[in-house]
Ligand binder design. Structure first.
Ligand SMILES: Nc1ncnc2c1ncn2[C@@H]1O[C@H](COP(=O)(O)OP(=O)(O)OP(=O)(O)O)[C@@H](O)[C@H]1O
Length: 239
């Protein structure tokens, strides 16, 4: 972990009911890069994201975001968070949705720039209720981008999208990272690791590894990332 880290989690444990949804996680997110948070359903990805955003209860350990404790008031304008649930008003147009979120920001970005970033310029006047699932996902992302966050956190943004739309979204995430936005993106699709600069791998609330797709393949001898993940699980032993 270095001063270039946007997020540092130390000994992070979260109890949900009787269970530890996260158990002693030490992990970091490098600035200006794409970090993928990968693991099967129920492995703790959303819980870890909420701990980083500062909305998770029963957090033990420390989570530092952009040099401040997670959830600090000063971070509100600097961290964008796109949840799995849609944050789009169906009766408003695409532009009206983004304009609404812009009004919640002290220093909003330019709506036309944000529309262009997510390729929604041509749909700006369409009502959100008439959009496809992939288009709606881009409206949610635009609503977070309008705050010009330093750190953008996306919880399973590609779930349910076809391969073409998924590839398109990853292309846009890369452009955002190249322009200096730190990206933390969760997924349960191991193939998406190839789009990330570094990886946080989770299983049943525990950290399996912090690694890269190349290191996963080299270390396990598996060309398929699914197979490499399964090999890492075997190496890391039973939970
Ligand atoms: N409200 C809750 N109360 C108690 N336990 C919960 C609650 N929500 C989730 N959990 C448990 O916490 C653990 C982590 O869940 P979490 O939603 O963080 O996983 P995830 O990796 O994001 O899963 P998915 O990919 O399905 O969204 C799971 O074992 C889940 O059953």
């Amino acid at each position: 972990m270095t001063t270039d880290d946007a997020v540092v989690c130390t000994s992070l444990t979260v109890r949900r009911g009787r269970q530890r949804a996260l158990d002693g996680i030490d992990a970091s997110v490098a600035r200006g890069a794409i970090t993928g948070m990968l693991g099967p359903s129920g492995s703790g990805k959303s819980t870890l994201i909420r701990a980083i955003v500062g909305t998770q209860a029963h957090v033990q350990g420390t989570v530092t975001v952009l040099g401040r404790p997670a959830g600090s008031r000063a971070l509100r304008a600097r961290v964008g968070y796109v949840t799995q649930a849609s944050a789009v008003y169906p009766d408003l147009t695409v532009r009206e949705n983004i304009a609404y979120f812009a009004r919640l920001q002290q220093r909003p970005g330019d709506i036309d720039d944000v529309l262009a970033t997510v390729d929604l310029t041509a749909l700006a006047r369409h009502r959100a209720r008439d959009l496809s699932g992939g288009q709606l996902r881009r409206v949610s992302i635009a609503s977070a981008l309008i705050g010009e966050p330093d750190l953008l956190i996306l919880d399973e943004p590609t779930v349910g999208l076809d391969p073409v739309l998924r590839a398109d979204l990853w292309h846009r995430f890369r452009r955002l990272a190249d322009s200096g936005t730190t990206m933390l993106v969760s997924s349960h699709v191991m193939d998406e690791a190839d789009h990330c600069d570094s990886l946080i791998l989770l299983r049943e609330g525990r950290l399996v590894a912090t690694t890269t797709a190349a290191a996963m393949r080299a270390g396990t001898g598996c060309s398929s990332l699914d197979a490499a993940f399964l090999a890492l699980l075997t190496e890391s032993g039973p939970t």
